[in-house]
Design a binder for this molecule. Structure first.
Ligand SMILES: *Cc1c(COP(=O)(O)O)cnc(C)c1O
Length: 390
């Protein structure tokens, strides 16, 4: 008999009851160190006092307000995002896939407005992940996500991730945009590198295309800058953000320059829940913390410490870990054993991690971890590598 909850996930047999900082407590009393953060979502850990207070204050006032009316929280959060990055304008939605969907729609609308409606195709990368809607599974192109969902949404041309020559060769008269994750998350913590991002920017400028960055996972401080593309000193025209933006409250955003968004006028796009007052209270509180002076410097400092310890771990256990990769606190252990085995054994030993493509185990700790959490995680990692070594 089919379970009441549609069985679209392969779930581990554990349920969590409460969380505090980097720690989760399960309903059976077990405690876990959370180096998954709900896949890069709870960026400030669990029950962060500033987020709790912000949501408690808003929950007593107003939960929902239609986009038929002004929503002051949206104006405030959008203003802060615009101030902090390349963007001039922000559309709010509820998830990463919706944020990417808005980016893809904006791309078509832009070229339509330029009198070039034949430009509708996006150059996308192998190993990409952009969400689970019909358009975003087509953009991601993973066979396991597309199987059985034909016909595939048209308009995506795939090139090898990180290969500038292939990228340039794929651009044709119908190309509208280049779409890329600065660091692939689901694809296995693969870093495009600053040279590739700069080359993508240059190719987009040369051909009159929009550069769309999917920063759903890399954004909001995960890599040590507010957005990962800032490491490359380039700016996209359009960007999707979600995961860490609400610190655990569902919220997504499509950010764009004024030029790219100039045809996104009243009635062209919408969302009932997008920019909900609770979501905006959460995002505003996250921004209070992440934009505070010194916060991202501290993320970089802690990330370098963790990276050093992981490099030592990999050197000591070459039969288990082939290499450490990633940027900031978006780290991956490329495994020599099946990554799912390592994730399961780490969990049995009290450390939560997330599997990814390319046989990688992702480490996505809260951005607020300290030395004690790094020590605790390395203890578990070391013990687990010893247990599991073939
Ligand atoms: C998680 C993710 C998405 C999809 O986000 P959802 O909130 O699950 O829809 C899109 N792009 C990237 C890079 C992601 O990591």
């Amino acid at each position: 008999m089919i379970p009441a909850v549609m069985p679209t996930y392969a779930r581990a047999d554990v349920a969590f009851e409460r969380g505090e900082g980097s720690w989760l407590t399960a309903t059976d009393g077990r405690r876990f160190l959370d180096f998954g953060s709900g896949v890069a979502v709870t960026a400030l850990g669990h029950s962060h006092p500033h987020l709790v207070a912000a949501l408690e204050a808003q929950i007593a006032k107003l939960w929902h307000c239609s986009n038929l009316y002004r929503v002051p929280g949206q104006e405030r959060v959008a203003g802060r995002l615009v101030e902090a990055c390349f963007a001039d304008t922000v559309f709010f939605c509820n998830s990463g896939a919706e944020a990417m969907e808005a980016c893809l729609k904006l791309v078509r609308k832009y070229h339509d407005g330029e009198g070039r409606p034949e430009r509708y195709r996006c150059v996308v990368a192998g190993g990409a992940f952009h969400g689970r809607t019909l358009a975003t599974i087509a953009a991601g192109g993973q066979e396991k996500h597309l199987a059985g969902f034909d016909p595939i949404v048209d308009g995506f041309d795939r090139v090898a991730f990180g290969n500038t020559n292939e990228l340039r060769a794929a651009i044709g008269p119908q190309t509208a945009a280049i779409v890329v994750e600065p660091v692939q998350g689901e694809g296995g913590i693969r870093d495009a590198g600053v040279d590739y991002l700069r080359a993508a920017r240059a190719a987009a400028d040369e051909h009159g295309l929009l550069l769309v960055l999917d920063e759903v996972q890399t954004g909001m401080g995960r890599t040590g800058r507010l957005f990962a593309h800032q490491w490359a000193d380039i700016a996209p025209d359009v960007m999707a953000v979600a995961k860490g933006l609400g610190g655990g409250f569902p919220v997504g955003a499509c950010l764009a320059t004024e030029r790219a968004a100039r045809c996104m006028t009243a009635g062209t796009h919408g969302s009932t829940f997008g920019g909900n007052p609770l979501a905006m209270a959460a995002a505003d509180a996250v921004l209070d913390v992440v934009l505070a002076p010194g916060f991202l410097d501290e993320v970089c400092r802690v990330a370098a410490l963790l990276r050093g310890r992981l490099d030592q771990l990999a050197a000591a256990h070459p039969a288990v870990i082939e290499e450490v990769r990633g940027l900031g606190l978006m780290l991956g252990l490329k495994c020599r054993i099946p990554n799912g085995d390592l994730v399961a054994r780490l969990m049995a030993n009290g450390l939560l991690t997330v599997p990814a493509g390319d046989n990688v185990v992702r480490l996505l700790p809260p951005l607020v971890i300290g030395l004690a959490e790094i020590d605790a995680a390395l203890d578990i990692l070391t013990r687990t590598c010893r247990e599991i070594a073939p």
